[in-house]
Design a binder for this molecule. Structure first.
Ligand code: 4AD
Ligand code: MG
Length: 438
């Protein structure tokens, strides 16, 4: 009876050295001569070089491998052998193979090793995901998300997810996507789960929500998507300082996990990991006032009272090897819900965390207004419809307490971890001003 071959994944090849195994995957690349072929097999967990020798294989099997086209699907049987020169440290000596679907010559796989240009690759995003670099990015993303959840799950936060269809604006009315709901009612795709998070924090103490959020941003920057994932913690009985501490702990924890578990991927991305190794507490903390002063010294045209642009954020972060926390922005450039500073009420008790290396704002948050009258005044000043916020005002009527939280954008964070030029590669199917397909 022939020796049976266990189905394994390439990621685990190292623990099967010397064994007969079976791997199911796709042809990534092929080098060949008349007597030997080296199919590079990928299976979603990694890439493995296989060695098919004509003289030791069935003629038909050897020919089918030798003539295989890129991205054809196949199942290979063979023995794993340690090979220090091979990427990953192992190879597979082919003993048998079955082609599942051969990509016809007439319709070859569109993405070849040559340079393709971003638009072409974006149009073929459903296939581009198979390439080594995209694979590495999405695996880092998964690690980031897993670490975020672990941080909150093990630090006393209850997950309470918030709705996507919402009747009210959270982050200003200019970036709302409107949806036709039933009976001609207009609702919006959520910009942030924060308002509901505040209600949930009054019920559970410490909560977080984690889901897709939407902004009708007409800006074409390398940091903006119209659909992005945001994790948002919210805590009852919390001040701005508590918010900053959680933000700092979260970032340090998540960066640590990426460094611990995604070395191979960071290497594939040629990420300078020494930059990430600097991300340790405490982070520098500066005020908006200080930030404006620094920016003006560096030649920025910013005036006190203005918001920072992407270039300003980059200028600010270049002085530090780790994220910098900027707090107390003028209330006039912030959302309606920020608690004012007790000493200088024209300032908001809010904080933005700017990532190093020019990756910009990865976290925004702060302390919320807990006083009913002040909140009512702010809703009026921002021309927000009172009836849509009645339930939110209830939180200030029934046991109101100081509270706060923040939002961290997953894609900005992943772009930073991976060292990417543009945010569009951090999510499988990016949604942007000019990109809604595939
Ligand atoms: O600063 P933002 O707008 O804050 C809020 O939405 C608060 N309600 C969150 C809260 O306090 N619960 O957004 C938070 C973060 C930003 O720091 C950024 O990382 C990300 O969300 N973000 C975006 N990411 C990609 N594309 C966009 N258009 C983004 N807008 C914000
Ligand atoms: Mg912000």
């Amino acid at each position: 009876m022939p020796e049976s071959a266990a189905r394994i994944t390439i990621e685990k090849a190292g623990s099967h050295a010397g064994e007969l195994v079976e791997i199911a995957g796709w042809l990534y690349n092929l080098r060949k001569s008349g007597k030997i072929a080296f199919p590079l097999l990928r299976d979603g967990t990694g890439i493995l070089q296989c060695v098919a020798v004509k003289s030791s294989l069935d003629e038909a099997v050897f020919e089918s491998l030798r003539n295989l086209t890129q991205e054809s699907s196949l199942i290979v049987r063979g023995r794993i052998r340690a090979e220090p020169r091979a990427p990953g440290g192992y190879e597979l000596d082919v003993e048998g193979a079955e082609v599942v679907q051969r990509v016809p010559e007439a319709t070859p796989y569109p993405i070849t090793p040559k340079d393709h240009g971003t638009d072409f690759l974006m149009d073929h995003r459903h296939l581009w995901l198979r390439s080594k670099r995209q694979h590495a990015i999405i695996r880092v993303r998964h690690e980031v998300i897993r670490a975020i959840r672990e941080y909150f799950d093990t630090n006393g936060f209850t997950l309470v997810d918030t709705p996507i269809f919402t009747p009210a604006a959270c982050e200003g009315t200019t970036t709302l996507f409107e949806v036709d709901y039933f009976n001609d009612e207009k609702v919006y795709l959520t910009q942030s789960g924060q308002l509901y998070n505040e209600a949930n924090a009054m019920a559970f103490g410490k909560v977080y929500c984690f889901g897709p959020t939407f902004r009708a941003e007409k800006s074409k920057t390398r940091r903006h998507l119209t659909e992005f994932w945001m994790v948002e913690p919210e805590m009852a009985y919390a001040t701005l300082d508590d918010v900053k501490q959680v933000a700092e702990e979260l970032i340090v924890f998540v960066v640590g996990r990426v460094l611990e578990n995604r070395r191979v991927e960071l290497e594939a991305l040629e990420r300078d990991v020494s930059k990430l190794e600097c991300v340790k507490a405490p982070f520098p903390r500066i005020s908006y006032d200080e930030a404006v002063e620094t920016l003006r010294k560096k030649g920025s045209a910013i005036e006190w009272g203005g918001d920072f642009g992407g270039t300003d954020e980059t200028l600010l972060s270049e002085d530090y090897d780790r994220p910098v926390m900027v707090d107390r922005y003028p209330s006039q450039i912030k959302a309606f819900y920020f608690q004012p500073d007790p000493v200088r009420p024209e300032l908001a008790l809010g904080v933005d965390v700017l990532a190093p290396e020019g990756y910009g704002e990865v976290i925004g948050g702060g302390q919320r207004i807990h006083d009913l009258e002040l909140l009512e005044k702010r809703l009026d000043e921002h021309n927000l419809p009172r009836e849509a916020f009645e339930w939110y005002l209830d939180l200030r009527r029934y046991g109101s307490v100081p509270h706060g939280g923040f939002g961290m954008g997953v894609e900005r964070f992943v772009a930073w971890m991976c060292g990417l030029e543009h945010i569009r590669e951090t999510i499988a199917y990016p949604r942007m001003l000019y990109r809604i397909r595939p």
